[in-house]
Design a protein around this ligand. Structure first.
Ligand SMILES: C[S@@+](CC[C@H](N)C(=O)[O-])C[C@H]1O[C@@H](n2cnc3c(N)ncnc32)[C@H](O)[C@@H]1O
Length: 344
């Protein structure tokens, strides 16, 4: 049986900033969808790009993903990037290393006050399932704009509302007890606006828990930018380097900047950094790692014929910067910033 609940979606900021004329009411379908498309009014419909708000059941017994984008929002997205295809299998190739920080973040979240839970950029949904298990009595919405990631996330039934949407201008439809985001907000700009805004989406005592990589000055990223600016593709890649937040030299600011932003709003701030010495296996391991994340916008912008040349050039530099050890493994140091803020 498919359960449909109305969800008033918080696009207030987007509407204000982007002059979205129509504010949509959307539907959310819980797990155990019945293999049909449903719009917010409960009518069956195709899952087309024109839909102003629709839910797609992934198959008998599987969960349902709801798309919550208005027509105007689809043509003028709040984030500065088009939705790029993610490859869940490639992303999870280094699943242990990528997911561990999210679990370490979760471990630092104590008791929560009453209220709904949200995850921003849920990806393949691994942390979402842990959150849903730990706070099983809550309404929990996990949001991502990648259809590929959400399809993987929702493949198994879970008491989670999966929502396909852009989080760049997200506001909570109802104040949250938890806003959790792992390895996602570095894709979004305007952190000076974003972080105080997210804190204000919480109930009193609610928690904003965020982890972001802070390794953008490392060789892996420096060499990516260098290769992008030096090859025959330089002109084509210039706009990508300028617009994709994650390719900038510093998409994530130093910890003290987040302290200065949030300390006036709450005294309950826990900020820390961890540098993991990641031990990767396989050929061209660092190249494979970035192919699953930051290299995607670069490769997307290149013609298929250029991609091989770009990865050959970049890969050679990476092999020098990160030589394989005697046992064939590759060490890839990776610094990450953690932040847990509780609204006082
Ligand atoms: C590096 S993955 C992290 C996924 C997951 N949190 C994890 O720890 O495995 C980043 C995720 O953020 C999502 N994302 C990036 N920008 C987004 C945006 N503007 N709106 C919604 N999702 C976004 C991507 O689709 C991707 O699934």
């Amino acid at each position: 049986m498919t359960t449909i609940e109305a969800l008033p979606w918080g696009w207030a900021d987007a509407a204000a900033n982007m002059k979205i004329a129509k504010r949509s009411q959307f539907a959310i379908a819980n797990a155990s969808g019945g293999g049909r498309d449903v719009d917010p009014g409960g009518r069956s419909q195709g899952d087309s790009e024109d839909a102003a708000g629709s839910c797609t059941a992934l198959g008998a017994g599987a969960a349902t993903i709801c798309r919550t984008v208005t027509r105007s929002a689809m043509t003028a997205r709040a984030s500065d990037e088009a939705v790029m295809a993610w490859d869940p299998a490639l992303y999870l190739k280094f699943g242990d290393e990528r997911l561990r920080p999210g679990f370490e973040l979760l471990a630092r979240i104590g008791e929560l006050p009453p209220g709904p839970l949200y995850e921003l950029g849920c990806g393949t949904g691994v942390h979402a399932r842990a959150i849903a298990t730990r706070w099983a009595d809550r309404t929990f919405t996990a949001i991502d704009h990648s259809r590929e990631m959400l399809t993987k996330a929702a493949a198994e039934p879970a008491p989670i509302q999966w929502v396909e949407a852009d989080i760049a201008r997200w506001s909570a439809p109802a104040p949250g007890a938890l806003i959790f985001s792992n390895a996602t907000l570095q894709w979004l700009g305007e952190h000076e606006r974003l972080f105080p805004h997210l804190l204000r989406q919480l109930v009193r005592g609610g928690v904003l828990a965020v982890q972001m990589p802070r390794n953008f000055d490392q060789e892996s990223h420096r060499l990516m930018r260098e290769t992008a600016t030096q090859g025959p593709w330089a002109e084509r890649l210039a706009p990508v380097l300028g617009s994709a937040t994650v390719l900038r030299p510093e998409p994530v600011m130093p910890p003290e900047t987040y302290y200065d932003l949030l300390a006036p709003l709450t005294p309950h701030l826990d900020l820390w950094e961890t540098e993991y010495l990641q031990v990767l296996t396989g050929e061209d391991a660092v190249l494979e790692w970035v192919r699953g994340t930051a290299l995607r916008p670069v490769l997307d912008a290149l013609a298929p014929s250029e991609r091989a040349a770009f990865t050959a050039s970049y890969g050679a530099k990476l092999r020098q910067a990160y030589p394989r050890r005697g046992d064939g493994k590759t060490l890839f140091p990776f610094r990450r910033l953690f932040l847990v803020a509780r609204l006082g």
